[in-house]
Design a protein around this ligand. Structure first.
Ligand SMILES: C[S@@+](CC[C@H](N)C(=O)[O-])C[C@H]1O[C@@H](n2cnc3c(N)ncnc32)[C@H](O)[C@@H]1O
Length: 280
């Protein structure tokens, strides 16, 4: 149970909503007091402050970088899993990657960006898929970049160390046997270097193009993240991401991005279980 201190005032809540929108693009309702309490309460304890109202006051008055980042980390939802939305991975395997490999064969170079990678399962799943199904990429220059605004999520991704529950979500027994070095005692494990050395991570804020990795990329995965943004932010983020795609580049969206306004110079392609966009 969190101790209950004086709740933030409605003026503090409005200020926080505006700050979250400006900082990370979130459409955050100033009426969600329970959310502020559940997210900022634990953070207050770790910062040695008295409750959510004091965290907001600290942010308003001092705005230290570490407190700003801790508040962003507290408000992000890092839900993810290996091979999440299997239809998207089937589309990658059967349609998207074969097409990209064909287009990139003359240069033997492939660049992939997982643009809101959370704790790393998404880009690591792509690395596993490439190792399993596309051995012809051996000898190519393949770069997979994972980025996220949440520094605590990026730290987990870099460590590549997962508990039993996380490994159990999305990894088949065959993949687990091949790609995971299980801890002594058999509970949890870390991904083998064969996978981890293919992915690099950085902190990047989709709401601030100056922090994003440089393009051009051949494939960008932008999945289950736009749902948190205001409509204006969704359009701006889609433009910034599409600007980083090369001429044969592909944008793979998640289930939560269906219906978002992809720039008109891209056309949609789909299977029954996945949607992706290519340049016209
Ligand atoms: C629900 S997770 C989705 C992870 C993964 N793409 C998937 O589909 O499993 C959403 C991620 O988006 C990240 N995120 C939210 N706002 C962001 C922003 N402005 N810039 C970059 N990442 C952001 C969160 O930190 C979180 O890790």
């Amino acid at each position: 149970m969190l101790p209950s201190f004086a709740p933030p005032s409605s003026e503090d809540m409005r200020w926080l909503a505006g700050w979250l929108e400006a900082e990370v693009g979130f459409a955050f309702s100033a009426t969600k007091g329970y959310l502020v309490h559940s997210r900022l309460g634990p953070l207050a304890l770790t910062l040695g402050l008295e409750g959510a109202a004091e965290v907001i006051a600290h942010l308003r008055e001092r705005g230290e970088a570490r407190v700003r980042q801790a508040v962003v980390d507290a408000f992000t939802t890092n839900e993810t899993s290996f091979f999440r939305e299997p239809g998207a991975f089937a589309a990658l395997e059967e349609h998207i990657l074969p097409g990209l490999i064909e287009a990139r064969r003359p240069l033997r170079r492939l660049r992939i960006w997982s643009a809101a990678c959370s704790t790393g399962q998404e880009p690591y799943s792509v690395a596993m898929l490439l190792l399993e199904r596309f051995p012809e990429l051996d000898g190519w220059e393949v770069e997979i970049v994972g980025s996220d605004v949440a520094s605590d999520a990026v730290a987990v991704a870099l460590a590549a160390e997962y508990g039993e529950a996380e490994l159990g979500r999305g990894l088949t027994p065959e993949r687990r046997a091949r790609f995971v070095q299980v801890h002594p005692g058999g509970r949890g494990g870390h991904l083998r270097p064969e996978v981890t050395r293919r992915v690099r991570f950085q902190r990047a804020n989709l709401n601030d193009p100056t922090t994003l990795p440089d393009g051009p990329f051949d494939l960008v995965l932008l999945r289950n993240v736009l749902i948190y943004f205001t409509e204006a932010r969704k359009r701006a983020v889609l433009k910034a991401v599409c600007d980083r795609l090369g001429p044969s580049g592909v944008l793979l969206l998640g289930g939560a991005e269906l219906g978002c306004d992809v720039p008109p110079d891209f056309r949609a392609q789909h299977t029954a279980r996945a949607v992706w966009h290519c340049r016209r």
